[in-house]
Design a binder for this molecule. Structure first.
Ligand SMILES: Cc1cc2nc3c(=O)[nH]c(=O)nc-3n(C[C@H](O)[C@H](O)[C@H](O)COP(=O)(O)OP(=O)(O)OC[C@H]3O[C@@H](n4cnc5c(N)ncnc54)[C@H](O)[C@@H]3O)c2cc1C
Length: 353
């Protein structure tokens, strides 16, 4: 039985591994941590993303049920201090627990992979060009937003800085978004399965006083009291308009390392799941996988350009534009919803399977 190696036991790597095993391959997954669930410094976390779990599950061959993927019921969004309450269902938002708890999507996929006969080598880290060159052809590299593989495989990225808040929180899944003067990006706070997670981030280092300003807003406006705050330095995969890339030499890329991250909101969960399936197809049929990948990322350049345009606007214009947009959306949803549905289809992979 021909062997396939997968580097990274995250969303894309696990979906790729499950599908390769089901295609009759002997699959070995190499993961840098001693457990599946990603970096314990960041996780447990709650990621929120637009998703169509039924259709996506059918495409990747793995059901995506609660509690691993749950509809996000409420989406209060603060635009420079003004609150707009958007039902999460209008944006097809879903909350996804990440990490190594039994209710996380990572643990669920890990179990599915083991059931499919996938073998795991935990505590193995591959970072340098030499490490990757030593791997067999058709190795799937799915190392997420870890910077060293981006450097070793010469993939573009952007650094991001910020802070992560963690606490416990009961109640139905919600996500709160914040556009304000303290970031050129946006901040968000989400809860699911008793976990609450907050991420404030920007393209440049964020001061503690800006973090404290947001912490105060979270407490006073939403009653969210975070037990711990810690600094975060990481990368996002949206370095270039041409970031999406399926092959580097004889290696197959998957997940965010393959550029499968939406340039505007930086959603990466649903695109990484999609891309795990494409990587498994690539092992069997490179040409077919490339065509799918190309179709699924065809709108990427437009949202990348729009993001650059949006980031270049002064806060006053952003405030005005966002208030106009959200105000119109809540007042005339039937007119605006078709435009939202079209915009959602610009997320890599969204709704194209
Ligand atoms: C703080 C934060 C918040 C986020 N919030 C959201 C959100 O709300 N919504 C959303 O859609 N997306 C969000 N994302 C992005 C989302 O988490 C990623 O897009 C998604 O996890 C990518 O899946 P992946 O399979 O590419 O990588 P991952 O799921 O991260 O998996 C990568 C795996 O590879 C392993 N690995 C890394 N480097 C190596 C190495 N050198 N050798 C061996 N193994 C390695 C890792 O330990 C990990 O297990 C967020 C990301 C971060 C960092």
């Amino acid at each position: 039985m021909a062997e396939v190696t997968v580097v990274g036991a995250g969303l894309a790597g696990l979906v790729a591994a499950i599908n390769c095993a089901r295609n009759g391959r002997q699959v070995r997954v190499l993961e840098r941590f001693k457990q599946v669930g990603g970096d314990p410094y960041i996780r447990p976390a709650v990621d929120v993303t637009p998703m169509e779990p039924e259709r996506l599950g059918a495409f990747i061959g793995v059901e995506l049920p609660p509690p691993y993927v749950t509809p996000t019921l409420e989406f209060p969004i603060y635009v420079y201090g003004r609150r707009y309450l958007v039902p999460g269902s209008r944006l097809h938002l879903h909350s996804v627990e990440r990490g190594s708890r039994s209710t996380s999507l990572d643990t669920y996929l890990y179990q599915k992979a083991r059931d499919a006969g996938v073998e795991f080598e935990l505590g193995v880290e591959l970072n340098s060009q030499k490490d990757f060159a030593a791997l067999p052809p058709n190795t799937i590299v799915a190392t997420g937003l870890e910077v060293d593989p981006f450097l070793a495989l010469r993939r573009p990225y952007l650094p991001v800085y910020g802070f992560i808040g963690k606490t416990r929180c009961q109640g139905p899944p919600r996500v709160m978004g914040f556009f304000d003067r303290y970031t050129r990006y946006y901040n968000y706070c989400a809860n699911a399965n008793g976990v609450a997670f907050a991420l404030g981030f920007d393209a440049r280092p964020v001061t503690e006083s800006l973090r404290d300003e947001w912490d105060k807003q979270l407490r006073e406006w939403e009653g969210m009291d975070f037990e711990t705050w810690q600094p975060h330095e990481g990368v996002v995969a949206t370095g270039k308009m041409t970031s999406p890339c399926l092959y580097v030499g004889n290696k197959i890329l998957a997940g965010t390392l393959a550029g499968m991250q939406d340039p505007f909101f930086l959603f990466g969960v649903q695109s990484s799941l999609v891309s795990g399936k494409i990587a498994a197809i690539a092992v069997e049929d490179r040409e077919r996988a490339w065509r799918l990948f190309h179709t699924f990322t065809s709108a990427y350049k437009y949202s990348w350009l729009y993001k650059r345009f949006f980031d270049a606007q002064p806060h006053l214009l952003r405030e005005w534009g966002l208030r106009l947009g959200f105000g119109a959306y809540l007042r005339y949803p039937h007119f605006v919803q078709p435009a939202i549905d079209i915009a959602l289809r610009s997320l890599p992979g969204y709704g194209k399977y």
